[in-house]
Design a protein around this ligand. Structure first.
Ligand code: FES
Length: 109
């Protein structure tokens, strides 16, 4: 999938690029960016599945209300990607359990 990052203006860097790891793959993010924005900019719109129906989920409300964007960040479970500001070296996991379950909280599918 094609990334969705807004290009820097006139070649000037808007913010400092950093690298984070998502399921073992490096992706570029920017200082101050939310994790959800970094994932979307990298071309990922769904990063977990619901426990029962295995439906894809990503950012829905993007303001911390729906809990559809849950991920594991640096070993901490149930982090809302839309509320987490990325930091260089962040390690993000989308499906930590063998059955693909991230959390049973907030599942509607
Ligand atoms: S997208 Fe709704 S809580 Fe993150």
């Amino acid at each position: 999938m094609i990334g969705h990052r807004v290009p820097d203006r006139d070649g000037a860097a808007v913010s400092t690029p950093i690298t984070i790891s998502v399921d073992g793959e490096p992706i570029e993010a920017r200082v101050g960016q939310s994790l959800a924005a970094a994932l979307i900019a990298a071309g990922t719109v769904a990063w977990r599945t619901t426990p029962r129906a295995r439906r894809p989920r990503g950012a829905f409300c993007a303001m911390g209300v729906c809990f559809d964007c849950l991920v594991v960040v640096n070993g901490r479970h149930d982090v809302r990607a839309c509320q987490h500001r990325v930091a260089a070296g962040d390690v993000v996991e989308s499906s930590p359990w063998p059955d693909g379950r991230v959390s049973d909280g907030g599942d509607r599918g």
